[in-house]
Design a protein around this ligand. Sequence first.
Ligand code: PLP
Length: 372
Amino acid sequence: MLYLDNSATTPILPEVKDKMITYLSEEYGNPSGKYYDLAINAEAAVKEARKQLSKLLNADEKEVIFTSGATESNNILLKGVAHYYSSQGKHIITSKAEHSAVLEVCEYLEENGFEVTYLDVDQFGRINSEELKNAIRQDTILVSIIWGNNELGSLNDIEAIAHVCEGKGVFLHTDATQVVGKIPLSWKDIKGLSFLSCSAHKMHGPKGVGALVIRKDRYGKLIPLTPLFHGGGQEEGIRSGTYSVHNIVGMGEAARIANNNLEKNTKHLTLLEDRLIEILTEKFSDNITFNSDRTNKIPGVINVRFIGLNNEVLLKKLSPIIAASTGSACSSAKPSHVLQAIGLDLKEVRESIRFSFSPYTNMEDVNIFKEL
Ligand code: PLP
C-alpha cells in the first residue's frame, strides 16, 4: 500500500523509535528529580531534545515549551492570551482556513465574551495582509494565522503578516504544524511573530508531543500568558505536568533528522509532486482540476478535484493500494470548511482528495497511479 496521507500523520523513523525505547525502558527517570542519575539523565535528554528542536526552528532553547501536540499548543496560546490580556481588549483575528484546533477554540472564546474576526482567504487559502491591517482594531489582542494550510499546502506570507502585526503592536500566533521540518524557517528573524505551534507526528516523530514557541520580551522573559494547567510548574509554569520524556526525545530526534535533510527532502518532495501531477493530468485530462497552488506551498501536498467522482467512494476503492484522504484527519466527517472558504461548492468539496507525500516515498511507487 502506498501511504499518501503524510499531512495527517507520518510513520516514526527507526532512529527516532530506537532513541525513544531507551527512555521507555531503562532510562525511566523523572527529569524533575535532580539528585540521582536516572533523573539527571532524563533531564539531559529533555535538554538535548529542546536544543534539537530549537535548532530546526532557529529559536532560543528557552523559548520552546513542550506540550502534548499542536492542539494543546493552540489551546494554551489562544485561551492563555485571551485571559491574560482581556483587560486590554477582547478582539481576536484569525482566518476562515484555519485548522479546527484554532477555529474551535475561537468559537469557544466567542461564547465566553470575545469577538473574533474570520478573514476571507483567496482561491488557495491565503489571507491578504492589507485586509488584516484593516481588520486590526484598538481592542485587538491577538492575530492567529496558519502558516501552511493542512488541506491545500499553501503557505501564508508569515513574514509580511508579522510585519503588519509588529507595526500595529499586536501579538501574532501561527499554527506551523504542517511546515516545521518541511520548509526552512527562522523564528529569530521574524520578530513580529510572538507564538508558534508545532507537532512531532507530522515530521516522522511520535504522536502526543508538540511545542509552543513563545518569544522572549525585552527583559528576556517569555511573553506572559495565563496557563491552562496548574501544577508542578514545569515548562516555565506554562505547561505543568510530568515530562513525557520518550516523546520529547522522539520529537528532538525527528527535528534533528528533518533539519539535516531539509534541502534534500524538498527536492525529492517536489519531484514526487510534479510526477503525480503529470500522471494525473495525462490520465484524467479534462476531468480533474487542482485546488492547490503550484508555488509558495509545502512541497509534496496536492489537493485534486476529480470532477464527477465522489471522494469517499474513490478513496474506499483506492484504499487497498493507495491511502489518501479528503483533507483534515480531524474533521473528515464534515465537508471541508477550508475548501468552502476557497470558493468550492459542496459538490466540488465532495470531489476533492488530498495526496501528501513523505520524503521517504519512493519515486517508482508513484507509477501506481498509471495503473488506476
Ligand atoms: N494544526 C494543524 C495545521 C494540523 O494539521 C494538525 C493536525 O492535523 C493540528 C493542528 C493538530 O495537531 P496535533 O495532532 O499535534 O494535536
